[in-house]
Structures are given as C-alpha cells and as structure tokens.
Design a protein around this ligand. Structure first.
Ligand code: FES
Length: 152
C-alpha cells in the first residue's frame, strides 16, 4: 500500500560483522555500516516512495546472527532477518522493504523475498488479531497438529 506511514524498516546499529578495527568504535560496527549504506540510497528507493520509514535500533537481541534488520507496521506481520553483509546486501534489504510495504497485511511468502532473506529469516510474527492457519487460540484448543505446514 503506497504511502503507508506505519511501515518501518529497523536496522540494528550494534551488530558486529568481524570487520571492525576496534570493538569499542560503534561507528565501525557492521550494523552501522549496513545502516549507512541503506540510508545513503534510501531517499531514491522504491521503499521510500512507498512510505517506509527508516530507523536504527541499538540491538535487537539476535547478536549471534549479524547483521540484523526488521520490518514491522501496525496490523502487519513482523519479520526479523539476520546474516546480512553490510558490504553487499543493501539492495536486497531495500527490495524486501518495498515488497513488504506493498504486501497485504505485510505477509511475505518465502518466494517473495530475495534469496538472502529467505535463508536469513529469524522470525515471522502475525499481527495481533490475525485470523488464519498460522494462529491457533490456545486457551480452548487441546488438539495436536499432526501435519507440519511451514513456509518460514
Ligand atoms: S547487536 Fe545487533 S542484534 Fe544485538
């Protein structure tokens, strides 16, 4: 949906990618370099045209899978991705942000994500109130699902 002001691309600023000269220099962290690379191209991107907002986050608690980004929005699925290379994955992050902004409810099937964001998915959380096969109300549900249906 074009111009949706609720869609946010969050980028962890503290992730280390092993290229840091000094661990104490936060400006050299892989996450900061990924954020800088994305920010430098953001205004000209399809994601920006679609109203995606950009923000940095000082750790998203997935530090063992750097670099990390997330997509979120009111009434939308939330996605968390890791294993991103700040030197090369800027185009994929911007592409998935644009796809997310246009996806109904923010739902992105595996095939709709660039390959690195298929392999690097860390989380997919349905929005509150979501009604569909992915969610089961547990308070009154005691049956056991016998068939796996998973498309992470
Ligand atoms: S430092 Fe990036 S997720 Fe913790």
């Amino acid at each position: 949906m074009a111009g949706d002001p609720e869609v946010t691309l969050s980028i962890c600023l503290r992730c280390r990618d092993g290229r840091e000269q000094r661990d104490s220099d936060l400006a050299q962290r892989g996450g900061r370099r990924l954020a800088n690379a994305i920010a430098a191209q953001f205004d000209a991107s399809e994601a920006a045209r679609l109203g995606v907002r950009l923000r940095g986050v000082n750790c998203m608690s997935q530090c063992k899978r750097p670099c990390v980004v997330a997509l979120s929005g009111a009434g939308r699925f939330t996605y968390l991705f890791g294993d991103l290379d700040p030197a090369s994955h800027r185009p994929e992050v911007l592409a998935v942000a644009a796809a997310y902004a246009q996806a109904e409810g923010g739902f992105l099937p595996r095939s709709a994500r660039p390959r690195v964001l298929q392999a690097g998915i860390l989380g997919r959380i349905p929005p509150f109130g979501f009604a569909g096969d992915l969610v089961e109300p547990l308070a009154t549900t005691f049956s056991t699902q016998t068939e796996e249906t998973c498309d992470p």
